[in-house]
Design a protein. Sequence first.
Length: 278
Amino acid sequence: MLGDEIMTIGEALYEERQKLGLTQENMVKGIINKGHYSKIERGLENISINTLFRIILKHHIDISDFFNKVKDNYYTFEDKKAEELKQKIMYAFNNNQREELRIYLNEILDLKEHQIFKYRTVIAIASLENNLADLSPSFKNKIVTKFSEHENWFENIGALQLFSDCMKIFTLEQLDYFLSQLLKHYQKHTYSESMQERIAIICNNYLCYCYKQKIAGSNIQNALSYLKNLEPIGHFLLYKICYDLYFYLFEGNTGKADEIKKLLINCGYQDCIERWQI
């Protein structure tokens, strides 16, 4: 694949097969017949999701990498535009490009769908520019309503992202109620590493918000405990360090907290420290 070229599933399978050094017969032995597979690679026939997963798992193909190669073929035009804008917005935030952020915001607001993305972006830019107070009560209520309409919001990625990014427009009572329900839910269930990370981000944002606003949230200890009890694996290292950071901040030990902030900056997380403003 050259650069960011969009691939079909057949083309991506062909590329993976070439990297593995396999014949078509060896690629699908025991799964489907070679003739059918040959047509899949050439885009003449479709592949079932069951067959695709069997091939991917048999040859230990990176599922995320494979999905990234083909996903643009299955997005609508607007979905593609939204994904591009997410990348642009993230880059502009990380580089404090405020003029670009306003341009991208207008493009995002012009999207016909992706309401949660719109709300998250408006709140993020308003927070960056300290303009949250200028947002109308009716607009803030729309966000809370949008969040509340998800019956099983504990499992809804869009709802969790909205809650994580828009905490500042919830009342403290609402914030503590929803976070308490969320943490109770995930104490009772086994869940994926990516979902554990989403909850860790929510806990981190909650602790940051409470500390900066000098709010005595009722879930501070629960959020700290969640971060502390994450598995000691590399993927969660930042969040476990954040546990120490917030533990010392809430204890009033600014000396220890400053040491941790310096460690994070030395490890390349300066943007995070600046964004958190702690």
